[in-house]
Design a protein around this ligand. Sequence first.
Ligand code: NAI
Length: 583
Amino acid sequence: MDCKEFAKLNGSDDERDCIGLHGTAGESDVPSKISGLEHLKNKKYNKGLAFCLEERQLLGIHGLLPAVVKTEEEQVTHSLILLNRLENNLDKYMYLSDLAERNERLFYKVLASDVSKMMPIVYTPTVGLACQNFSKIFTHPKGMYITLNDSGHIYDVLKNWPETDVRAIVVTDGERILGLGDLGANGMGIPVGKLSLYTALAGIKPSQCLPITLDVGTNNQSLRDDLLYVGLRRNRLSGVVYDEFIDEFMHAVVRRFGQNCLIQFEDFGNANAFRLLAKYRDNFCTFNDDIQGTASVALAGILSSLKIKDTALKENTILFFGAGEAALGIAGLCLMALIDNGLTEEEAKKRIWMVDSKGLIVVDRPKGGLTSHKLRFAQNHEPIDCLAEVVKAVKPTVLIGAAAVGGAFTQDILESMALYNDIPIIFALSNPTDKAECTAEEAYTHTKGTCIFASGSPFQPVEYNGKLLHPGQGNNSYIFPGVALGVICAGMLTIPEEIFLIAAEKLASLCTPSDLAKGSLYPPLHKITKCSVEIAISVMDYAYKNGLATVRPEPADKAKFIRAQMYNPNYQPTFPKTWLQKL
Ligand code: NAI
């Protein structure tokens, strides 16, 4: 398929673009139709005080700005000064959110100026706070709200989105936002935040990203009673009507944006998340980040830990606290990796133990509560209710928390882990920070500095016995932007599970010996864009090898091809250079 056919398959009304072109270098990418004033008002084209004198005069905006002309670097510095004077993280989030609406490129420049400092503001943990306050702080429509009142017309609603060339959608129905529960329409902060990371960390053009909240009501009574609440004040939809609504949405997306438009599911409730993934994964370009992205980043952390411990995965026993989307996703991918390591499925299953709110998951558990996903990991063992007792019985080498029960890894449990292992591996993945099963400091202190620790939300390095220990952050952002970039660049129409195993192995391989020596299980956050590109190359390799790529011909140099598609946050000339030279 050539570029034009690719664009047609993509279903775009606008076929000028093959894959994410962002304008020929040095030439203007600004449509000639828009007025001078629009350049100041439109976030895509606004440069603020960086418009040069010629641009100001040609655009007819001369006099609307003060005399000074700033460089992009000066604007970034200015933004950072304004940001740093704010003490409260929610205020910082609001400042950046507002900047993104005023001047998109500057927003991405500011994010890129210090990714490790900015990510906790635009994403977890602050995004949790933003979602809790979303109705209060709502100012701009940053994505689409499709409500159940739109049933039967979802395609028409999607047509109202001003961009035609959408390649990536992140969608939530707000039922399980981080570890914060049902936040209804307030969950919009999540798709918005995730997609800003698509651009910041993988260079996917902002105009190609569409955040969507499916407002199907909320069972959160305090939200429905909140005068400021921006969503539907009704019980959450469920059952057949819910399924029909989702089905209409999926088909409307394909009709509007094409079969290769990636749909990332985010923060759906547990029961729906698994069902919808199973239903759509073989026929739509879709994945669930809470299940598959989490699995991939956690497995990468385990693989890095094993390098530090110098053991093979198959020599380990993994105990999960929690058996929801995150834990079952990780367990499933670990199973795949263990089988890849040479174990049979039966042998591999013996290496994975799980605890949920009813205790250890065992065959014929008297307390019940075993869904088919959990049954897959049910052990032949007597029931045990309490995690501390399970740790003593199972003696895991790896303990992973994903139950959103803050402080669940008690001193007793952490000490047991240190008793059974020279180097225990402890991941407290629950978000936000107060839901983490233990803090980095607790993990290091109660294991006497011996453990390898990673968390979902960031923790500062901890000094223990004069040594600085660096906790890893099992942040899905290491995985989903790179996977999405590879999927989009190859034009994949479905995303098989192997992609997440490949991404995990690639990410672990990018951790250098010096990262590992510090106890860091992941490359430093400032290298995350490089990780995204490397993961995207691996994804593309897999897609072409397995006949899943639709972009033809196969690029000879995939790294170069990928980089050519990526968003350039530098200002583009408002007028072609050749024009200005003639003046
Ligand atoms: P979920 O709602 O699907 O699952 C929660 C699980 O915890 C359920 O199996 C439930 O039975 C179990 N649970 C609840 N209370 C329990 C208790 N007292 N004792 C034992 N088990 C209990 O939620 P999901 O999606 O699995 O997320 C869980 C946590 O993991 C959240 O805090 C989320 O933010 C975090 N997470 C972290 C990620 C990361 O670090 N990269 C990515 C995705 C999720």
